[in-house]
Design a protein around this ligand. Sequence first.
Ligand code: IPM
Ligand code: MG
Length: 354
Amino acid sequence: MSTRTQRIAVIPGDGIGLEVARAGVAVLEAAAAAHDLALDFAWFDLGADKYLREGVTLPDAVFESLRDDFDAIYLGALGDPRVPDLQHAKDILLGLRFRLDLYVNLRPVTLLHPELTPLKGKTPADLNFVIFRENTEGLYAGVGGRFKRGTPDEIAITEMVSTFKGVDRILRAAFDHAVRHGLSRVCMADKSNAIPHAHGLWRERFTAVAAEYPTIEARHLYADVLAMELVRAPEDFDVIVTSNLMGDVLSDLGAQLVGGLGLAPSANLHPGRHGLFEPVHGSAPPLAGKDVANPLAMILTGAQLLSWLGHTAAGAAIDAAVSRVLVRGETTADLGGSLGTQACAEAVIRQLVG
Ligand code: IPM
Ligand code: MG
């Protein structure tokens, strides 16, 4: 039972974002009713339509409200072919990650149904790890520039930024997660063999931080080797911690090991301060408005949001309800079912309250 109403900002965004956000909020409302939680939802019109209509992406006043007035942000997807440079998506999604300093991008990889993995002989016991992706630095920092633009002599430079503070805090977040959840192994993946400065720092800080967690088995792998190992022996991993771009790539690989982007949730966190929850998938413009998009990633993301707000039982109940609809085949077409987006969400709600 919560003592006060918790406020959730919903940003449906573009494309299938609106449909999956409706589905996700319907499930959260059902979970709130079933678990006696006081949640309040405020919908924000941010995205390509607003950008094309008004020329604004994330106005300061809206940013400040998202920062100050809400307990969590629940975001559908951003991306629209009418905005080819994706300016609005950069300002809103990357903007919120950077401006709220959401340095943890937590992406769980969990096999919810044995038939969903393309890996021969692997079971749900083998496929259960989390990726801690650094979310505020690396090649995403936006440092760089272009020189002699548009000429054959053009030079384009993007700097990879790794800071002692930035690397330490994501490493600690990964180890702390392992301790809190009774997990015994943390693997850090970098390319320090090819990127000696930025990733050399990762390597050094990993050794130093790992020494503070003597009960956890700390392993280092180069990121390319990790990509291979995740396919060969995913059971060897509990917690993976890595830099921004490596984590972007590895989390898509992880998603496909357990059924694809339609089932991949993610949380962008500044622990103790802010949380923005978004499915790993994008806005899938060709699917938009047809009631065919898979809402389960958004629904599982909602479960992460509830757990983060302190409602772990309600979050776990949503996860369990999603597992049951997968067993029952009550899914959208991408997973072999015949339901539409909203009907799939209703099937989850039936399992949740039934
Ligand atoms: C993700 C996405 C984003 C990223 C894009 C849309 C900028 O791929 O959240 O994984 O690269 O972080
Ligand atoms: Mg990605």
